[in-house]
Design a protein around this ligand. Structure first.
Ligand code: IMP
Ligand code: MG
Length: 172
């Protein structure tokens, strides 16, 4: 049996998501934005977040993994599901569940700029800075968490636990 223990409550997560949504609304007042949600982990965060953004929003999804290879700075991204909305000249908010090594989010950001995005801001609900390999400029940062493997609020371990409403650390 896996041992699952709460580290952030559902109430605290939802309060933070509301704050981030309000900040984005203020920062992009009078503009339209494109939300790009990184599958699968950020599907729940994205669903909650967009309902706290009072702006015209488009929503698109991307599924990608990145592999560590110090010789390649941005080319090492494997896209499994691509965005189905044009990115050219769009103001994009890239929504991630967790920034860990930083490789995935930085490479997706480069990819969106290559597609012609006007700007790409990074928004993550969880952040594990101790694990960073590549520096990440995070514009909207939910919670800094310790170097533990976590599940819930969209995050999985072996495809399980995404449906937990809180964030838990898991000991296997
Ligand atoms: P990166 O290491 O920053 O490239 O993160 C890659 C992906 O690994 C994240 O988007 C998550 O989907 C996943 N990940 C990283 N840390 C955890 C964790 O503690 N629990 C579940 N998934 C994680
Ligand atoms: Mg992810």
């Amino acid at each position: 049996m896996d041992n699952v223990e709460e580290i952030i409550s559902e109430k605290d997560i939802l309060k933070k998501v509301e704050e981030i949504g309000k900040t984005i609304t203020k920062d992009f007042e009078g503009e339209k934005i494109l939300i790009v949600s990184v599958l699968k982990g950020s599907f729940i965060f994205t669903a909650d977040l967009v309902r706290h953004i009072s702006l015209p929003v488009e929503v698109a999804f991307i599924a990608a993994s990145s592999y560590e290879d110090s010789s390649v700075s941005s080319g090492n991204l494997k896209i499994r599901y691509d965005i189905d909305i044009p990115c050219k000249d769009k103001k994009i908010i890239l929504v991630e569940d967790i920034v860990d090594t930083g490789l995935t989010i930085n490479r997706i950001k480069d990819y969106l700029y290559n597609l012609g995005a006007e700007c790409v801001k990074i928004c993550t609900i969880f952040n594990k800075p101790d694990r960073r390999i590549m520096e990440v400029d995070i514009d909207y940062n939910g919670f800094i968490i310790p170097n533990e493997f976590v599940v819930g609020y969209g995050l999985d371990y072996k495809n399980q636990y995404r449906n937990l409403r809180n964030l838990c650390k898991i000991t296997i």
